[in-house]
Design a binder for this molecule. Sequence first.
Ligand SMILES: NC(=O)C1=CN([C@@H]2O[C@H](COP(=O)(O)OP(=O)(O)OC[C@H]3O[C@@H](n4cnc5c(N)ncnc54)[C@H](OP(=O)(O)O)[C@@H]3O)[C@@H](O)[C@H]2O)C=CC1
Ligand SMILES: CC(=O)N[C@@H](CCC(=O)OP(=O)(O)O)C(=O)O
Length: 309
Amino acid sequence: MTTSVFIDGAAGTTGLEIAERLAGRSEFAMIALDDARRKDDAARAEAINDADVVILCLPDDAARDAVAMIRNDRTKVIDASTAHRVADGWTYGFPEIVGRETVAESKRVSNPGCYPTGFIGLLAPLVHNGLLPAAWPYSCNAVTGYSGGGKALIGRFEAEADIAWRGYGLTFGHKHIPEMQRYTGTAIAPLFSPAVVNAHRGMVVEIPLPLGVMPGNVPAELLRAALTQFYDGSRVVTVAQDLPADGEMLLRAAMEPWDGLALHVMGSADGEQARLVAVLDNLGKGASGAAVQSLNLMAGLDETAGLRL
Ligand SMILES: NC(=O)C1=CN([C@@H]2O[C@H](COP(=O)(O)OP(=O)(O)OC[C@H]3O[C@@H](n4cnc5c(N)ncnc54)[C@H](OP(=O)(O)O)[C@@H]3O)[C@@H](O)[C@H]2O)C=CC1
Ligand SMILES: CC(=O)N[C@@H](CCC(=O)OP(=O)(O)O)C(=O)O
């Protein structure tokens, strides 16, 4: 049985990458609107209601409007925007964290944010199993490629090619904080420092841990072992067992599209400090790859079908 899929926002950065991952997949029949009709509300409403699954790759307000256009109880939604990530009635589309069956059975799935994918992927299993405290002021330092800001930021970085690094979120309260807190179960909002680097794609998300002054003083090796056990069997999330080769971590500007999530735990010899680091593609597991993973599950297919791993 084929599943009909409409990508609303198919001309955008995330939408195009989802379409690439679905190209040639006989399990899916794509519903498309031409350029003249892709922002026509009547045409969008018709496509949305014709689809078994609609994937929203839109700004938040347009995503809310699109959901309001659904007039049947058949159409399922995967929303890539921030609009529904902590909303009632929506499942957070991080199958490794919320459970594959939960995603598979949901009609409303919100795709996790790109930075939260790294933050939650590292921290949620360790807080949920009690190895790290829920009541701790975690920090999160992160960089992303400029495609993380969609067409507008891609245009800016292509026009101003001498920008090497752009720190932002300088007034705090980044839109990702609510989901970062909700799905890690942490009691205190993380101190989040995002930045954009001069690469098209790629993302590094780091949580520094002053283990020596934290409750429990759990060794880094135990944190790594717990993450390894938690993600055992996953073909999407991997946990590095050794230090990166040559003692360095690299994000290459020419990174190929990639739908995995690589987690690293590095601890100091004296046990006082650790660094939890997640490496991903903001357009892969951080957006389009995650949407395709959820779509596969919702269509009853292997979760990794069509993924770039
Ligand atoms: N880029 C990334 O790494 C990530 C993005 N996301 C989220 O995914 C969503 C899409 O982001 P992204 O692809 O980067 O953004 P883009 O700006 O690249 O694409 C958004 C697309 O939506 C279209 N659009 C805007 N308003 C409407 C409307 N009312 N009806 C139909 N189409 C509309 C735009 O049209 P036009 O082409 O005319 O501008 C554009 O093609 C956002 O909510 C973003 O937060 C989530 C995680 C990571
Ligand atoms: C570089 C850049 O601006 N990144 C965006 C996040 C990427 C995005 O828009 O995705 P979400 O839907 O996950 O928020 C930001 O920090 O607001």
